[in-house]
Design a protein around this ligand. Structure first.
Ligand SMILES: Nc1nc2c(ncn2[C@@H]2O[C@H](COP(=O)(O)OP(=O)(O)OP(=O)(O)O)[C@@H](O)[C@H]2O)c(=O)[nH]1
Length: 319
């Protein structure tokens, strides 16, 4: 929903988000730090690295450490969840990535039954391998890929999409709505018959690079950090700030507000009422105890965040 300029001009939105004194160091579970070490140990059979990242944050949170350690292999960046991303400025995104040394980029929607860009993966990977010196591989074996990326960007969904497209096979990888689902030991999964192509699934989980609290917050919005580590209330507030900044006002209609608001409390109150998310609280008054209904702000914040992650509040570009 686009609001007319006159109305927008009347509403004063925050021009900056107050991140307070947040400490991002503990936002990642310890097992993720092991990822890179394990990846390096398995690298000798890998012909190409496929890095999956969220298309809504093409520049934030990608861990450049792997480039130093694994850079020797051809590299393809898949910007996934493109169905949730506003890529109106796709060309400038590609240019900036190229300046950063990322030349091979494909946008994808791994949940779509038939995604034309997923079909391009195998040919592009083959081209990249053909055009680069071969490493420790005998000619008779198939190709081996490694899929890496920060948590919850869709690595498992990508593997399933590749299998669906090239092998007409079903799921091989567990998909989870929470970051950090893929923790098991390394698995080799076939994704193509001609030529024979495998990929190593886990443990390609990189800890994201959080250079600032804002980057951390963007990663949290995209679901790459467990919500409770950051706090649903602050994620919801940052979401509201972001939607207003990007002129994405569909929340107004969805939750029955009269107009856009910069107050997270007010918005969550509407959400709680609209979604029936209220709590009974006992109140002690001068004339005895009474039970009153109050909005459940945490449940409302969850609803707001989930609606955003499902794409119900519009496509966004967070970077
Ligand atoms: N909208 C949308 N959602 C997606 C897409 N790809 C994956 N998802 C969703 O994103 C969530 C995470 O997907 P996974 O495939 O489990 O991600 P992962 O990177 O393997 O996760 P970890 O194992 O935690 O590292 C799931 O809820 C998927 O349904 C996509 O292209 N579009």
């Amino acid at each position: 929903m686009k609001l007319c300029r006159a109305l927008q001009n009347l509403i004063k939105f925050r021009s900056a988000f107050d991140f307070g004194e947040r400490e991002v160091a503990h936002w990642f579970p310890g097992h993720m730090a092991k990822g890179l070490k394990q990846m390096r140990a398995n690298l000798k059979n890998v012909d190409c690295i496929i890095e999956i990242h969220d298309a809504r944050i093409p520049f934030s949170g990608r861990n450049p450490q792997f480039q130093e350690s694994l850079d020797v292999r051809p590299h393809l960046l898949v910007l996934n969840k493109v169905d949730l991303a506003d890529i109106a400025h796709k060309q400038s995104i590609l240019k900036r990535l190229e300046r950063d040394g990322v030349k091979n980029v494909i946008f994808a929607n791994c949940l779509r039954q038939r995604d034309d860009n997923i079909k391009k993966i195998v040919p592009q990977v083959l081209e990249l391998i053909e055009n680069s010196p071969r490493f420790h591989r005998s000619e008779d074996r198939g190709y081996c890929l490694m899929v890496i990326g920060v948590p919850n960007v869709g690595k498992s969904s990508f593997i399933n999409a590749l299998r669906r497209t090239n092998l007409k096979k079903g799921k091989a990888s567990r998909v989870g709505a929470e970051p950090g689902i893929t923790k098991a030991v390394l698995t080799k999964i076939q994704v193509c018959e001609r030529p024979v192509m495998h990929l190593l699934d886990t443990p390609g989980v990189l800890s994201p690079r959080i250079e600032s609290v804002e980057t951390g917050m963007k990663l949290a919005l995209c679901g790459t950090i467990l919500d409770h580590l950051v706090g649903e209330d602050v994620i919801a507030d940052y979401l509201l700030f972001t939607l207003n900044r990007l002129d994405r006002f569909s929340y107004v209609e969805k939750y029955g507000l009269q107009e856009p608001s910069d107050s997270i409390e007010q918005v969550l109150k509407h959400i709680a009422i609209k979604m029936g998310k209220t709590q009974r609280v006992k109140a002690i008054t001068g004339v005895g105890n009474i039970t009153i209904k109050v909005p459940n702000y945490t449940a409302a914040a969850y609803d707001f965040i989930r609606a955003f992650r499902r794409g119900e509040l519009g496509k966004v570009m967070l970077d």
